[in-house]
Design a protein around this ligand. Structure first.
Ligand code: VGL
Ligand code: ZN
Length: 203
């Protein structure tokens, strides 16, 4: 049975670089794909997001002299973890994982395109101010509830879910269809943050 059409499935960053063998591999990141493909059959609105950085992006450790991946720096918008180069626009690493069903999505949102600002959330860049346009897209289509899945639970899923809840959407996260990077307690912090903002968990 099709679910009511006021709920959208938001599939976050199921890209090669976040899967085993990728530049910023999330442990077992590919293990969620078959569940996500199944879920897609129950939604009328499906949005895919794609981390999509220009080469030399400021979130890359390689863009900061003397820095290595996973160190922190202070950017004009606050703290930034430095990442290995990943999801460079047009690269194989930035492509969706081959096993992910992508034909049913009505919208593909690319984020992290500003060379100077990272964007974990599908709604706002990391300055927490610059919108991506996804809120308007969803509202214009009458969507009021979101089911979020994908990679990584503690970064892009977390910030997307929290922003969506702050914007007034009814937000659920299917934890069985997410995987985490889990560094420095980031998964526990993410679960608490989402809970604090009224996000509901399914697993
Ligand atoms: C992500 C780190 C850097 C994510 C994207 O999709 O969770 N994490 N860029
Ligand atoms: Zn990124």
């Amino acid at each position: 049975m099709k679910s009511v059409s006021h709920q959208a499935l938001i599939i976050i960053d199921l890209q090669n670089d976040f899967c085993p063998g990728g530049a910023l591999a999330v442990p077992n990141g590919d293990a969620i794909i078959s569940r996500i493909n199944q879920m897609q059959q129950s939604f009328d609105h499906i949005v895919l997001t794609q981390d999509w950085h220009p080469a030399g992006h400021k979130s890359f450790a390689s863009s900061h002299q003397g820095k290595t991946a996973y160190e922190h720096v202070t950017m004009p918008y606050g703290d930034q973890i430095l990442w290995p180069d990943h999801c460079v626009q047009g690269s194989e690493g930035a492509a969706f994982h081959n096993d992910l069903e992508t034909d049913c999505a009505s919208m593909i949102l690319r984020k992290g395109t500003n060379p100077a600002i990272d964007s974990y959330s599908a709604f706002f860049e990391n300055d927490h101010h610059t919108p991506t346009g996804l809120e308007g897209y969803l509202r214009e289509r009458g969507v009021v509830a979101l089911m979020m899945v994908g990679l990584a639970t503690d970064f892009c899923v977390r910030y997307s879910a929290v922003d969506a809840a702050k914007l007034g959407f009814d937000v659920s996260v299917d934890l069985a269809a997410c995987r985490a990077i889990d560094m420095e307690g980031s998964l526990a912090a993410a679960l608490q943050d989402m809970r604090d903002h009224g996000v509901q968990f399914f697993d």
